[in-house]
Design a protein. Structure first.
Length: 291
């Protein structure tokens, strides 16, 4: 995997960053969510990643990076004819989360098309029960821990071999990195798929902005509904600068920056859906259940 990854949290107005830490590793998971209980075989999935520093983590989708990797590989081929074919077998999650454990602070980043908005969020807390059970995951000895969070009872496996008190999504607070998590109904699952230590030469920082103007959740949701109803009209409105709220900030996350891809070589881009991946468009079983 290429090492030119960078994560930068910034405002359009050029705001400075506080509590900035250098990311020193990242952990990948395969995410599964049975969003429609009437069609359990048509669940959503995604490849997700958590970027890690001693006191801060950033959890987000990795699908767009895989798409860029596919495009770059095809364009580098000697027989490339200008037509890029992207195979889609995941649904990129809309929400990302920045956790600052030393400040008990969390910021949510919500996506609408290519836009990203910063929202204030309640810092997640879990009361963990640590058990004696152990098993090996990815070559790491892991210990079992359980908790109830967001209306679900989770069983997780963490390793003290990787001393980061984080994991996938909002799960955190154990004396080691969570490599696997699953609720007791197997409706939400995070399966370990790789850990990478980042080279010292790679400059990746994770931090929260100073004096950020956070977006209102209801306004972001209005934009999302407008985009789903008419994507073309939404993009035209956005390009005209008449959006109802300002984009307050953006995380730039990519292992394969689009700047390395020459658009002049592309004649067309086709998205081919995996025949075996047909997730339900209905969500009657959200990730976090109401009390």
């Amino acid at each position: 995997m290429k090492r030119n990854l960078f994560i930068v949290l910034m405002l359009l107005t050029g705001i400075t960053v506080k509590a900035q830490e250098k990311a020193i590793a990242k952990v990948h998971y395969l995410f599964k969510h049975v969003n429609d209980t009437t069609q359990r075989d048509k669940y959503r999935r995604d490849e997700v990643v958590t970027y890690l520093s001693p006191q801060t983590s950033y959890y987000t989708s990795y699908s767009s990076t895989r798409t860029k990797e596919q495009s770059a590989q095809q364009m580098d081929a000697l027989n490339f004819d200008g037509h890029v074919i992207v195979s889609k077998s995941t649904s990129g999650i809309r929400e990302s989360y920045l956790l600052e454990s030393s400040k008990s602070n969390m910021i949510e980043v919500k996506r609408v098309a290519s836009d990203e908005f910063l929202l204030d969020a309640v810092y997640p807390k879990q009361d963990w029960d640590i058990h004696d059970d152990t098993k090996v995951i990815g070559g790491y000895t892991c210990q079992k821990a359980t908790t109830t969070f967001g209306g679900r009872h989770y069983t997780t496996w963490f390793t003290t071999d990787l001393p980061f008190s984080f994991g996938p999504w909002k799960l955190h607070g154990l004396p080691g990195l969570i490599l696997e998590a699953r609720d007791d109904k197997s409706e939400v699952e995070f399966e370990y798929s790789g850990f990478d230590k980042l080279a010292d030469s790679v400059q990746i920082t994770i931090g929260a902005p100073v004096d950020v103007i956070l977006s209102a959740p209801e306004e972001v949701e209005k934009l999302y509904k407008a985009f789903k109803t008419n994507p073309k009209a939404y993009m035209q409105t956005k390009s005209g600068g008449s959006s109802s709220i300002k984009k307050s900030g953006v995380f730039v996350t990519s292992d394969v920056p689009f700047s390395t891809i020459d658009p002049n070589k592309i004649i067309s881009i086709s998205i081919k859906n995996d025949d075996n991946y047909k997730p339900s468009s209905v969500t009657n079983n959200p990730l976090e259940l109401k009390p």
